[in-house]
Design a protein around this ligand. Structure first.
Ligand code: SF4
Length: 296
């Protein structure tokens, strides 16, 4: 694995983060080799060269230790926004795992987003963090069909393995749920797909399913996505161009209906699906803070 120099890794404190209520962000790796066809981090605006080539930030653990010690406010650290913290190199290098130890030693909470079942390796350290601070794990699930999953997220654990990871984390008392996004118009935006994911989430002990019934597309990311559509989804690129042109937000034509069936099913099964409720629930009993979040 290659290394790059980083001056800083943990961001400044943010009080009211609308995205799962995290107060800090942390990315130990730059780039991601999971190959998701819709990955937003490929967009020109982030200017990440050779995005598929994973690089680790040099001395990342020392930097994280020093930065956490200097923070005046405790809070939840988020990881997994611009690269998956459980890429294949993590198995050998254990940088995310060791960063979790540092987070625990310094009394912070953690929010993890991943598509890899390698996260279950760290269940014991997550349990230790949970003793003093909030912990939330989000596994992305976009389709119930493992074969379709291999086409849209080709280099990472398939859906069935991700559900097993949710089951393992939940059974160990870790607050875990599903990021149901992106739902790609004309590919996985069916009622059957949504209902089956919510039901399986419940079966595996997930506490929430948080959806986006569409995908966002920007320069460069869109080119990569369209090439993948040409390769595996005959005629679908033309449908995107007809319906959305070059718009940023491409919502499923069924978005309103799918949200309705998701919310009905979640209510029936007692699963959370609104950001405000999820944040309040996983932080319950930890920080005595005012939470101000959007409610959709
Ligand atoms: S796992 Fe996340 S960062 Fe990696 S390619 Fe997929 S969407 Fe992009």
């Amino acid at each position: 694995m290659d290394y790059i120099i980083a001056k800083s890794i943990v961001s400044n404190y943010k009080e009211d983060n609308n995205w799962f209520g995290a107060n800090y962000t942390m990315n130990i790796y730059k780039g991601c080799c999971h190959g998701c066809i819709y990955c937003d981090s490929r967009s020109d605006c982030y200017a990440i060269e050779n995005f598929d080539n994973v690089r680790a930030k040099e001395n990342s653990l020392d930097i994280i230790r020093k930065e956490l010690k200097s923070k005046r406010k405790k809070g939840v650290v988020s990881t997994g926004s611009m690269s998956d913290p459980y890429n294949p190199f993590e198995k050998k290098y254990n940088l995310t795992g060791r960063a979790l130890e540092i987070i625990n030693e310094n009394g912070f909470g953690i929010e993890i987003a991943t598509k890899s079942d390698l996260i279950t390796r760290d269940v014991e350290i997550l349990k230790r963090i949970k003793e003093h601070s909030p912990v939330i794990c989000k596994l992305t699930i976009t389709t119930m069909d493992d074969e379709l999953c291999k086409k849209i997220e080709p280099n990472v654990a398939v859906t069935s393995k991700r559900f097993k990871a949710i089951e393992k984390l939940s059974s160990e008392g870790i607050y875990t749920g599903v990021l149901l996004m992106p739902i790609l118009p004309f590919i996985n935006d069916s009622e059957e797909n949504i209902i089956s994911i919510v039901r399986m989430a419940k079966k595996c002990g997930a506490k929430f399913v948080y959806p986006l019934f569409g995908v966002t597309l920007r320069n460069n990311q869109r080119d990569y996505f369209f090439k993948a559509l040409d390769k595996n989804f005959y005629g679908v690129k033309e449908e995107y161009l007809n319906v959305f042109g070059y718009e940023y937000l491409c919502l499923s034509p069924n978005a309103n209906y799918l949200y309705k069936i998701l919310s009905d099913e979640c209510k029936k099964l007692d699963i959370l699906y609104k950001m405000k409720d999820i944040v309040e629930d996983y932080k319950k009993g930890y920080f005595n803070e005012q939470i101000s979040l959007f409610d959709i």
